[in-house]
Ligand binder design. Structure first.
Ligand SMILES: Cc1ncc(C[n+]2csc(CCOP(=O)(O)OP(=O)(O)O)c2C)c(N)n1
Ligand SMILES: [Mg+2]
Length: 926
């Protein structure tokens, strides 16, 4: 039986519309049900069940139908009926044609603008490559132009909007489209476009991809390292809520949009945090996955369907999924598909085949897609081949995209993903549309023909000559399309992308903060981690500053002795605490609260560093400066999430990264995969990261205070900090007079030699972190056993010293006829004896210490922890890696003998008296 619009129904048995959460009616005629005659042994009964559902849907709406199905589901559970699991819906648009809202824009003007953006984006990449071969991408934006234009004209709110502006993660490879639009908007000049990827050209250029470091007024979020964008977007949306719940930002309906590639979704980071978004009910978050079915080399899922795979994963993770697969011109075909065969065919064709249809002509499409079933051939018999070939994918239809975006922004209590089908290289025809090679295409083979085809396809008002030159085109400012474009942006609160920095600086902690640690620990033994926990606690209690500080911990608070923070500052939880914690009656209870300050991220370094990024960039994204302190196992920092830290640097993120349980020999029992002796090597590669390896509480206090001043005070430097913290307990020395500058610059003399040996060369022992204590012990050994005077220096930052030294060297190189500058290391050592020897040891690899070797007179002998860690006691590990007091002593004697200040036999003797086994394992290879 056919169900038509005027089908008689039994109204007496229909539930009233609106009951049980109806969410809309489907008044269109319903398709004939699909019955499987072979597998069904009671067709009549099946038909009756389906008809009942149809009747309810027709009379009372889909909401009622959903309700009844839920009840049936529940009943089936009660009586033990198995329900097959299926996370997928059919391969059609989630929003049916009947449910579509009216498109509010001017289709004609929007099409014109979009065509111009397309042209200028393509021309920009083409010109750049014809002139300089600097690369660029045409295919990505060609596929997503419509996705962005619908957003720009109707959805994306700019920074002047009362919501503060939506935060948009633009797909990295689509950047030419964003520049082309900014050109039409009058924000970029033709010269800028000409200088795409030539950032050192006169007049400035445009960065290849979104980089706030390179274009700080334009780009907000770096997205081009695939997978980081989606992860950071989730944590950004969550941080927005954190700020609101803590009263630091007024609640608005501001959205976070992330535009992603379907190939990009294969990165584990892309989908790794999906359940956080649904758990936190982030209805302020919208993913748009551009499913052009291709990545760089070829199809994303040639033998499968990426949209269906993503749908199942996102639905399973609790997201609202909206599929936009088919353009409006498919609507009549779908409506005429009374048997459901067209839907079936849509579902059974794999992505590799869909890609093939793009490249082949209409006849091929007819034969291979519709030709599978005679009924489908019949369905399209009146449509000529050319028209068949032009049937659009949903992503190229503004009406369909608008409907999806509208539904997404109106969705409550869930994040939304829009899976939108497009064609890679859309509009490029034979020049690359749908080709496997399109991702990297930057020039056209048959150039004139390709450009003319492009012009004609998009009705661009360009002369043959302009086409020939791939000239940029901007219509008259008074043209209707230009007025429309600007009017839309004005209505929506200004241009995007746009990065604005305007915020109140934070107060610098008072000098008295350092005074607290000036006296040392008076013999009490404590670790630098304990010192940090105490210092952050003091800062959190600061009346003006405290509430802007954000402690972030990945399930390691107890390891670092921070459990008291849970009860004092509370763990942020958007749902408060719905249970009584097991330790409720203790002082250190595990307290969660909606206004909680601590971000306890679970075992999730990638997520925690994403929170660090959201917090450390809040001064720019929200105009509210917050200062994150992310403390973690130092081993699981740079080598685990180094790319996110690089993104943080690009983002001009501020805050403190605290690598705790640091040091290859200090974290002793945990072995090879825990003991970090190289994070300072990795950290040294990040240009705007200040790296410190302090040994004493006062050093740490000086660094923290100055860091807050530099980042959050009026100077507002775009830097951030990496500080290593250790869990070795020892007595902390009192702060020597006047060492503050040295602590910050990287080194100062901690304890001059007590042995008076006038006229004799001295040794200088440079130490950092807990190994500084061994340098102090070596100083004593040298004096007591060998009569050698040694000064001990505390080196807090080899990276800072090196950066300053390199800057001096460079200046000298470029100004050879002027008096040379001396760097800080040279200045520090200038007063020392000409024949003195220098030994540097830390709990890090030798290359860290060697960073300053070139400025040390007579060379520097480095001791460090090169090699794999292992489980042992600290003394044994320090001997194994040859960084203990005896090994420092030996290295000093050896350096002296190399300089002819001591016979080699004396050193050989010392090997014995110091108890060092010369045939011991080589730590580097052991
Ligand atoms: C982490 C990372 N790996 C590799 C790349 C190189 N890369 C850039 S774009 C791209 C393909 C992108 O495909 P997709 O995500 O489907 O985007 P599309 O261009 O198709 O929209 C690759 C492999 C990268 N930018 N980042
Ligand atoms: Mg793709």
């Amino acid at each position: 039986m056919m169900i038509e619009g005027k089908r008689p129904v039994d109204l007496a048995n229909a539930a009233p519309a609106g009951a049980n959460g109806t969410n809309g009616h489907a008044h269109a005629p319903l398709a004939e049900p699909h019955l499987n005659e072979d597998a069904d042994n009671d067709l009549q009964e099946t038909r009756e069940w389906i008809e009942s559902l149809d009747a309810v849907t027709y009379i009372s709406g889909k909401g009622r139908a959903t309700y009844l199905l839920e009840r049936l589901h529940q009943r089936a559970d009660e009586v033990g009926v198995d329900i097959p699991f299926n996370a997928n819906t059919p391969y059609v648009n989630t929003i049916s044609a009947e449910e579509e809202p009216e498109f509010p824009g001017n289709r004609e003007l929007e099409r014109k603008v979009k065509s111009l953006v397309r042209w200028n984006a393509m021309a920009m990449v083409l010109q750049a490559n014809e002139n300089t071969n600097v690369g660029g991408h045409i295919g990505t934006f060609a596929s997503s132009a419509n996705l962005y234009e619908v957003g720009f004209n109707h959805f994306f709110r700019g920074p002047d909007h009362p919501c503060g502006g939506d935060l948009i993660y633009f797909q990295g490879h689509a950047s030419p489209g964003m520049y082309a639009r900014a050109f039409l908007e009058g924000r970029l000049t033709e010269q800028h476009l000409k200088n795409f990827r030539q950032e050192l050209a006169p007049g400035g250029g445009l960065s290849s991809y979104p980089h706030p470091w390179l274009m700080p007024d334009f780009w907000q979020f770096p997205t081009v390292s695939m997978g980081l964008g989606p992860l950071m977007a989730i944590y950004q949306a969550r941080y927005n809520r954190y700020l609101e719940h803590r009263g630091l930002k007024k609640p608005t309906d501001q959205k976070v949009w992330a535009f992603l590639g379907d190939g990009e979704m294969d990165e584990p980071e892309s989908m790794g945090a999906l359940t956080l978004a649904s758990r936190e009910r982030l209805d302020n978050l919208i993913f748009v996955v551009n499913c052009n079915l291709q990545r760089l080399d070829g199809p994303v899922r040639g033998n499968g369907k990426i949209v269906q795979e993503l749908e199942a994963a996102f639905r399973g993770a609790g997201w609202n999924v909206i599929k936009v697969l088919w353009g409006s011109d498919w609507d009549p075909l779908l409506a005429a598909d009374k048997t459901g065969l067209l839907k079936k065919r849509m579902m059974e064709v794999v992505d590799g085949e869909y890609q093939k249809y793009v490249v082949m002509d209409g006849a091929y499409f007819r034969q291979n897609f519709f030709g599978k079933y005679p009924e489908l051939l019949e369905l399209v018999k009146d449509i000529p081949d050319e028209a068949l070939a032009k049937l659009k994918r949903g992503g190229h239809d503004p009406v369909k995209v608008y409907a999806a975006y509208k539904a997404a922004v109106e969705t409550k209590d869930k994040p939304t993903v829009i899976l939108v089908a497009t064609v890679k290289g859309y509009g490029l025809g034979e020049a690359g549309e749908g080709m496997n090679s399109i991702h990297n295409a930057k020039k056209f083979k048959d150039r004139t023909k390709a450009l003319e085809t492009f012009r004609d396809r998009f009705n661009l008002p360009l002369s043959d000559d302009e086409v020939q030159h791939a000239a940029f085109y901007k219509p008259d400012p008074n043209s209707p399309e230009m007025k429309y474009l600007l009017e839309r942006r004005q209505q929506l609160g200004g241009f995007l992308p746009q990065r604005r920095v305007k915020y109140e600086p934070l107060p610098t902690p008072p000098a008295s903060f350092i005074d607290l640690y000036r006296k040392g620990s008076a013999g009490r033994e404590l670790s630098t981690t304990m010192a940090f926990v105490d210092q952050l606690d003091k800062l959190l209690k600061d009346k003006q500053l405290g509430k802007y500080l954000v402690p972030i911990i990945p399930d390691e608070a107890r390891t670092f002795g921070m459990e008291a923070y849970f009860s004092t500052y509370k763990i942020y939880s958007s749902q408060g605490q719905k249970y009584v914690p097991v330790d409720d009656d203790t002082l250190l209870a595990y307290r969660e609260a909606k206004t909680g300050q601590v971000l306890e991220e679970g075992i999730n370094e990638a997520g925690a560093v994403s929170s660090f990024i959201a917090a450390g960039t809040s001064y720019a994204t929200h105009g509210v400066a917050t200062c994150p302190f992310y403390i973690y196992y130092s081993m699981f920092g740079f080598q685990r999430v180094g790319d996110l830290i690089w993104a943080a640097a690009d983002l001009r993120c501020r805050g403190f990264l605290l690598g705790a349980t640091a040091g290859r020999t200090t974290l002793n029992g945990e072995g090879l995969q825990h003991e970090d002796g190289h994070s300072h090597v990795l950290a040294s590669t990040v240009p705007n990261l200040m790296c410190y390896d302090p040994a004493f509480a006062y050093e740490l206090a000086v660094i923290l205070r100055d860091g807050i001043r530099r980042m959050y005070g009026p100077e507002a430097e775009d830097i951030f900090y990496y500080i290593t913290l250790y869990n070795d307990n020892y007595a902390h020395l009192a702060m020597p007079e006047g060492c503050e500058e040295g602590i910050l610059k990287g080194m100062y003399k901690l304890r001059p030699a007590t042995l008076d040996a006038p006229g004799k060369p001295k040794a200088h022992l440079l130490g950092s972190g807990p190994i500084l204590l061994y340098a102090l012990r070596a100083q004593e050994l040298l004096a007591e056993k060998f009569g050698i005077a040694a000064d001990v220096w505390s080196v807090t930052s080899y990276k800072q010293l090196r950066a300053e030294g390199l800057a001096c060297d460079r200046w000298n190189l470029l100004h050879p006829d002027q008096p040379p500058r001396t760097c800080y290391v040279e200045q520090m050592l200038a007063k020392e004896g000409k024949h003195d020897v220098y030994i540097a040891a830390s709990d890090y690899m030798r290359s860290v210490q060697e960073m300053i070797a070139r400025w040390v007179p007579g060379g520097l002998y480095a001791l460090g922890t090169d090699g794999f860690g292992r489980s042992e006691t600290r003394p044994k590990l320090r001997r194994h890696f040859e960084v203990d007091a005896e090994c420092i002593t030996l290295a000093t004697l050896y350096q002296m003998s190399r300089k002819g200040l001591l016979p080699a036999s004396k050193v050989a003797e010392a090997v014995k008296t110091l108890g060092i086994d010369p045939e011991k394992l080589n730590p580097l290879t052991a």
